[in-house]
Design a protein around this ligand. Structure first.
Ligand code: FAD
Ligand code: MLT
Ligand code: ZN
Length: 475
């Protein structure tokens, strides 16, 4: 990486000439929303925030920054969990917001594809697909604010991965502005293309460290208007894991969602006004959804699966949504947890995955280890159990000040991550690494794997100007 070059004073003027003066922000109040993440857990000080309105403008901005030796931090909806879209604190980096690039360029119901700008909000993609009787299945609680570019950069997961896979399964082609400002037009909509290395997949999950995604061709699925949704009470995590094959035996590919919620996580959302449909004294709960085309017998499939599950002792009690409003109520029990936990003070987040057969072991080991390390600590555990992915999120003991709790983050995270890795798991299932987990991920990976990752980074971004310190630690 080049030594830090003094920033030419003309840079902001040159940027303004490209995007217009209104779209280069430097006042502290104007840059504030872009300088910190949504939780206020990570904060920085950008040199400027630039808001280009087209791919050509992104390219010109990146070229200017490259010539000036200034690093760029891409930002979409700023809903990420790991500080990936937050600039450093030394005022040396430009935040490039994709927020003005919100065009849906094309929707093709015959080939079941949609081509979009990177700044389009996920919920708008879902609505555009629905308007032509198709489904864009990526679904997560931040869908009203997160962008397609951010979903691609983080390889987002969410609540329908079980059936449709993660974001990388939903992208056919990309348009990317490379670190020196060149544009790679890979906006292909082909289902089959074996002409060499898969560059599209390389940029997915790269968290803006290899280039800036400006456009994407997405793949759509058949609409699933028939839905059957249930909230279940469970005796254990082991039962939750055993329920997966049983649900699949009854529903096959119609099983779309299988989510787990711990008792403390449920109590938290209920305390914030979401009604509990069961009032059952169980330690674990879950949300199940089956979906299919109009006329599909998903309700019958769900009832027969639940009957078999109760008989097998895997489910203690169940409520089935009888209307769209009741379905929304059941979903709220799961989707409101993340934001509800912020009311307890700073959350130390963990997004781990293990083989589904090891989930019970993970939970059984972590609870006593964490309690021993910090008596009174409050784990709020929930997640995408069908994917073996738990959010093992920690809140402070009531008696401990927020700052004192946050100061213990590294030590507490090491307990969660060591145990995950011992069980052959991953320390980031779906949120990515950002700045918060870059060093830890490199420490757990083999030297060979880290050096391959560094070779890719150095080949595409030899000057290290694209979102430095994210994914791979500095130095
Ligand atoms: P940002 O937060 O702006 O950026 C995230 C990363 O992507 C950063 O590294 C940034 O530099 C990079 N980036 C952004 N845009 C681009 C671009 N155009 N080109 C290159 N790099 C770019 N995530 C899940 O996976 N599953 C969940 O279930 C889930 N649930 C959530 C629930 C809540 C309530 C919230 C607040 C968040 C949740 N998230 C979840 C996390 C988050 O919404 C996702 O990571 C999302 O994909 C981020 O999109 P964004 O546009 O907000 O990206
Ligand atoms: C979710 O699934 O709700 C989020 O990914 C979890 C989190 O906020 O940690
Ligand atoms: Zn999640």
């Amino acid at each position: 990486m080049d030594p830090v070059t003094p920033v030419p004073s003309s840079l902001t003027t040159d940027l303004a000439a490209v995007v217009g003066a209104d779209h280069v922000l430097t006042d502290a109040a104007d840059v504030a929303p872009y300088a910190t993440d949504w939780r206020g857990a990570y904060a920085g000080t950008p040199l400027a925030v630039v808001r280009p309105g087209s791919t050509d403008e992104v390219s010109a901005v990146v070229r200017l920054a490259h010539e000036a030796g200034v690093a760029i931090v891409p930002q979409g909806g700023n809903t990420g969990m790991c500080g990936g879209a937050t600039p450093s604190g030394d005022g040396s980096q430009v935040v490039l917001s994709l927020g003005r690039m919100r065009k849906i360029r094309d929707v093709d119901p015959v080939s079941s594809t949609m081509t979009v700008d990177a700044g389009v909000v996920l919920a708008e993609v879902q609505q555009a697909a629905a308007s032509v009787d198709r489904l864009f299945p990526l679904s997560l609680a931040a869908e009203g604010s997160c962008t397609v570019g951010g979903n691609i950069a983080t390889n987002a997961g969410g609540t329908a991965v079980l059936r449709y896979g993660m974001m990388r399964s939903l992208v056919l082609g990309l348009e990317v502005v490379l670190p020196d400002g060149r544009v790679w037009d890979g906006l292909r909509s082909l289902r089959k293309d074996n002409t060499g290395y898969d560059l599209t997949q390389l940029f997915i999950g790269a968290e803006g460290t290899l280039g800036i995604v400006t456009g994407a061709v997405l793949t759509l699925h058949p609409a699933t208007p028939a839905r059957a949704t249930s909230w279940v009470a469970l005796p254990s995590v082991a039962a939750a894991a055993s329920l997966l094959p049983l649900l699949r035996d009854h529903a096959a590919e119609r099983l779309t969602t299988w989510e787990l919620v711990s008792r403390p996580a449920l109590d938290l959302v209920v305390s914030q006004g979401v009604p509990d449909p069961l009032a059952c004294d169980a330690p674990w709960f879950g949300l199940i959804e089956l979906a299919g085309p109009a006329g599909a017998t998903v309700g019958d499939d769900l009832e027969s699966a639940l009957g078999a599950a109760v008989e097998a002792g895997l489910v203690l009690d169940a409520a089935i949504a009888g209307s769209p409003a009741q379905r929304d109520g059941l979903w709220a029990l799961r989707e409101r947890i993340s934001e509800a936990q912020e009311s307890l003070g700073p959350t130390i987040k963990h997004d781990v995955s293990v083989p589904i057969t090891s989930l019970d072991d993970l939970v059984s080991r972590l609870a006593p280890a964490l309690e021993q390390a910090l008596p009174g600590i409050r784990p709020i555990v929930y997640g995408h159990v069908g994917d073996g992915n738990l959010h093992y999120n920690l809140s402070r003991p009531e008696s401990l000040e927020p700052d004192a709790f946050w100061a213990r983050a590294a030590e507490l995270s090491a307990i969660v991550h060591d145990c995950t890795v011992e069980l052959d798991g991953s320390i980031s299932a779906e949120h990515g690494l950002g700045s918060s987990k870059a060093a830890a991920a490199s420490a757990y990976k083999s030297e060979v794997e880290v050096s391959l990752m560094r070779s890719v980074k150095d080949a595409l971004d030899p000057r290290g100007l694209m979102n430095p310190g994210k994914v791979l630690p500095l130095g």
